[in-house]
Ligand binder design. Sequence first.
Ligand code: KG4
Ligand code: ZN
Length: 337
Amino acid sequence: MYLLGIESSCDETAASIVEMGEGVRRIHSNIVASQIETHKLYGGVVPEIASRAHIEAISNVTREAIETAKIGLSELGAIAVTSHPGLIGALLVGVNFAKSLAYANSIPLVPVNHIHGHVAAAYLSNPDLEPPFLALVVSGGHTSLYKVTDYTEFEEIGSTRDDAAGEAFDKIGRVIGLPYPGGAALDRLACEGDPTRVPLPSPALPGETLDFSFSGIKSAALNYINEKRMKGEEIDRADLAASYTFRIVEALTKKAEQALEKTGLSTLVLAGGVAANSHLRASLEALCKKKKIRLAMPDRTLCGDNAAMIATAGYYEFLAGRTAGTDLNAFASDEGM
Ligand code: KG4
Ligand code: ZN
């Protein structure tokens, strides 16, 4: 079955055609129009500008996805669209576009949770992966651990109580002068530094809980930078990047280990934009090797926001009968959904 996926929850307008079925998980096109260059000027995503940019891009991005795949609209089994969570104005662009396209062509419409989409990216890169598994989703807006008992069944068993890990990377990246979003550049810089040089608190909350808190490490790093600047001392950016990354990766690895022990699950899936982080990937590889756990990650190119992951998650939602009508709405949060 062919699906068209549409994603517009943040700062990428994306459309993709995937083919899903018994033993088949194939990407036929995966088009992403990034707005990063526009938002770079402001050091972060400006929601109003994001919505406008989605409106400008969405028709062409979708046309390109269809033309590249050489799959006609009449061949589509469903249109999957991110309906939550995300920036509400941005989400509404994708949802309304998908609704119109589905209605005009009598194609079933499937709403998709963006986080479930990130996890589904792992299915594309690991053709034999199936639930149950533990999923660690680390992105610009989320940091959570899920017990995934079926393709469409997610139970959140741990999450951040404040900022997301991606946000924490981007914030410090910005302060030390890296271009937005700082995550990828900080990842590279951290390779050149000494992770033991700057003392920083752990974002893993102590004890049995599987929750995180990134606000403490973020403030501690900011204080360190400000103190150095006030004293007129040079900041070794690489050492700071390495120490900061080390503490965050250590915390994510620690809670993933605790969650594996708690749930008894034997597969770990890492997903979300921060899943592209080389230090995090290496640390989880070491953990899973030690514990004889299967580690499944999306290819780095599928970690960031894209629509192939939305189409893939949409396939399983479709099989579960979760289609929507023209009254489909978008929601900024995923609480209670
Ligand atoms: O999943 P995503 O594309 O968007 C959200 O749903 O939030 O994640 C974007 C986040 C940004 O914070 C970005 O800096 C971060 O992923 N990121 C990275 C890396 N590549 C992207 N963070 C750390 N290391 C990377 N290599
Ligand atoms: Zn995302």
